[in-house]
Design a protein around this ligand. Structure first.
Ligand code: CAO
Length: 655
């Protein structure tokens, strides 16, 4: 057992690169090639794999740090016998696929207009033609620095930032978003800073690729074979990676291939690379098959080159990686993509490792998507742009159509995942009624949107109850049941008039509120169809007996499912009485756009001190919830105290 330090490998000469993710923690047991950190520049994101397996004993970096080649990442306790391999940690370029082609300088041609103007053209993009311009990052008049991204190109395989090759002011844009371009197409004209005429004439030749790029040149080497026009096509420089999996052989003997056509696809954990045909010709024989492992120089196939006895010089600036070598041909054998709103696009628990290219990572950041929750369908678990789109579609659809039980419609909040309760006993799934689903959605919305405060009090309704009981028989003869509820409705209506802060609705724009000059009181009814709230109109203008009659009618309609939607509209305040059921208090949820609700619990006889002695009094628990955006604590205190005084002394109800 020994401790090894894992350092930042060759990252193509880039320095002070941001760590956007530390994928492991102290104590983790990791495998060889497991991603340990993710680096990102403005042009690329790179998984950095561990060259050794072992247990992490300390981590030297954190998210947000910047690192360069050779910097310590972590310490690993390595099993005896594994240390030797650590002597030479792999210098494999971490993520060829994700390294952008953009490091390559765009070609510059002298512009005809002025001696300091330079036309920047699309550089060698691996032979791809008709590539989409998905973003133009500069506008005419912008000052750009050499290396600043000027456009972003994208194929189905790659996205590439194309950087400015010189610093200066953009004097003319020659392309726009949505255009398609090929190598050599003019992008823009730059009024270059401090370019001497001699420098300019040097640069007037189409520029070849920048030598310092560490990403592998992916040019397929083709060596003239002994016999006539048949050439051996070998695995090109693939950044020092060895024993790379051949995941696809795209040609067979006899096939005609065009220069640039993909002949095989290689893949490591971190990158997939199309290897293009170096020349046009006919495949004579193929020396490898799917599943083989290859390294630079290995023979891929023999190619009878079309119309060329002498092999031309190899292409100077082949793409550096698969991601950078976009091909128009779609990948042939990919895992099935999730359908438009396939919920399987969303993982229920975060994936341990995330593999995605810079374009996908950037899009995910823009959309606020956690890539670890996106189901990857690309080769070797790569997240494709389609995966991201499928994830977003699924997430949006889920939010919009979330069942009431999940109760998060439109909130974007996660639902509680379903589980198999039958594992624990006998169960059945029961469909919720429309009212139940609607109530659930409204409850979630109101509890999330309305800042609730609930305050409690007890009203002495001893006299009210004596009066009610005296009147009860008389009312019954008129077919009206007289419970405490009509008195509560009357008292609340009067308190609303006295405290208009409770008789408002807030405008959605947050700029104003509606002050109501009518008092309609909602009555929460526990009906067989679910919780419904019929509305008793102009309660402030009606007598207790009138209110009792109308409340009886509304409750009867509710219980018989005869309420019309008009019966449930226009409420200013709701009373939710559980008095007949029991309990000493609860916190009702405001029925927005109303701003207050009164919860009523069961009245009980309690001993009260009258100054001389305890006497039995009937005390009614009141629970007032209100929207603190509309109602202040002072308003609520006054409302409750006034309401209490009305219920405690009925004479006040007539004032
Ligand atoms: N304390 C003690 N007794 C009470 C009482 C109280 N606060 N409120 C009512 N009672 C008594 C009544 O007086 C009646 O007894 P008597 O017949 O002896 O007079 C008995 O309880 C039954 O009353 P009721 O339920 O028939 O009538 P109600 O007017 O009190 O209530 C209604 C009607 C529709 C409000 C009620 O049936 C109901 O559905 N409540 C549920 C509300 C609800 O679910 N709210 C949601 C809670 S979460 O916000």
């Amino acid at each position: 057992m020994s401790t090894e330090i894992i350092r930042v490998p060759d990252i193509g000469g880039a320095t002070d690169v941001d760590i956007i993710e530390v994928s492991v923690k102290v104590g983790d047991i990791i495998e060889v090639d497991q991603s340990i950190i993710v680096l990102e520049t403005d042009k690329a994101s790179m998984d950095v794999p561990s060259p050794l397996a072992g247990k992490i004993t300390s981590i030297k970096v954190k998210e947000g740090d910047t690192v360069s080649e050779g910097d310590d990442i972590l310490e690993l306790e390595v099993e005896a016998g594994d240390e030797d391999s650590s002597e030479e940690p792999k210098k494999e370029a971490p993520v060829k696929e994700e390294a952008p082609a953009a490091e390559e300088k765009p070609t510059q041609k002298p512009a005809k207009t002025a001696s300091s103007e330079q036309t920047v053209s699309v550089p060698d993009i691996g032979g791809a033609t008709g590539v989409d311009v998905i973003e133009v990052c500069v506008a005419e008049g912008d000052d750009v620095q050499e290396g600043d991204s000027i456009i972003v190109l994208e194929t189905d395989k790659a996205s590439m930032d194309i950087p400015a090759s010189v610093s200066g002011k953009v004097s003319k844009l020659l392309i726009k978003e949505g255009d398609t371009v090929s190598e050599g197409d003019d992008i823009l004209v730059i009024m270059a800073e401090g370019v001497s005429s001699s420098e300019q004439s040097e640069e007037s030749e189409p520029e070849q690729k920048s030598e310092e790029n560490a990403a592998p040149a992916q040019e397929t080497s083709s060596q003239p074979a002994q016999s006539g026009g048949v050439e051996s096509v070998n695995v090109p420089d693939i950044g020092g990676a060895t024993d790379v999996d051949v995941i696809e052989v795209s040609v067979t003997a006899g096939d005609k291939v065009e220069e640039g056509d993909s002949i095989i696809v290689l893949e490591t954990d971190k990158a997939s690379m199309d290897i293009p045909a170096p020349k046009t010709g006919t495949v004579k024989s193929v020396s490898i098959k799917e599943g083989d492992k290859v390294s630079e120089g290995d023979l891929i196939l023999e190619l009878e080159v079309e119309g060329s006895a002498a092999a031309p010089a190899p292409k100077a600036a082949a793409p550096k990686s698969a991601e950078q070598a976009p091909k128009q041909e779609a990948a042939k054998q990919q895992a099935p993509k999730p359908s438009s709103a396939d919920q399987s696009a969303v993982l229920s628990s975060p994936a341990k490792n995330v593999h995605a290219g810079p374009a996908v990572r950037m899009l995910a950041r823009e959309l606020g998507v956690d890539l670890s929750l996106v189901r990857a369908t690309g080769p070797r678990g790569r997240i494709t742009k389609e995966d991201l789109h499928a994830y977003v579609k699924a997430a949006v659809q889920k939010a919009a159509s979330a069942p009431a039980a999940g109760a998060v419609a439109g909130t974007g909040l996660p639902t509680v995942p379903d589980m198999d309760f039958s594992k624990f006993g006998d169960v059945e799934v029961v469909k919720m009624s429309k009212i139940q689903k609607l109530t659930a959605q409204n409850m979630v919305r109101n509890s999330l949107v309305v800042p609730h405060v609930t305050q409690f009090d007890k009203a002495d309704i001893t006299d009210l109850e004596a009066f009610r009981k005296g009147l009860k028989g008389e009312m019954e003869k008129q077919g009206v049941k007289l419970t405490p509820l009509p008195f509560l409705i009357k008292a609340v209506a009067q308190a609303m008039v006295a405290n208009p802060a409770f008789n408002v609705s807030l405008m959605a724009d947050g700029e104003s509120y509606v002050q109501k000059h009518y008092v309609h009181i909602g009555i929460a009814v526990d009906s067989p169809a679910g919780l419904v709230v019929p509305v008793l109109r102009d309660a402030d203008k009606k007598s207790v007996t009138q209110i009792a009659k109308e409340a009886n009618e509304l409750i009867k309609k509710a219980l018989n499912k005869q309420l019309k939607s008009a019966d449930m509209q226009g409420g200013c305040f709701t009373i939710s009485s559980l008095g007949a059921i029991g309990g000493t208090g609860f916190t009702p949820i405001v029925n927005a756009p109303e701003v207050g609700i009164l919860g009523v619990s069961k009245a009980d006889i309690e001993p009260r001190w009258n100054g001389k002695e305890f006497e039995p009094r009937t005390m009614l628990p009141l629970c007032l919830s209100y929207d603190h955006r509309a109602v202040n604590g002072g308003d609520a205190g006054r409302f409750m105290t006034y309401l209490n005084s009305l219920l405690s002394d009925l004479r006040r109800l007539t004032l």
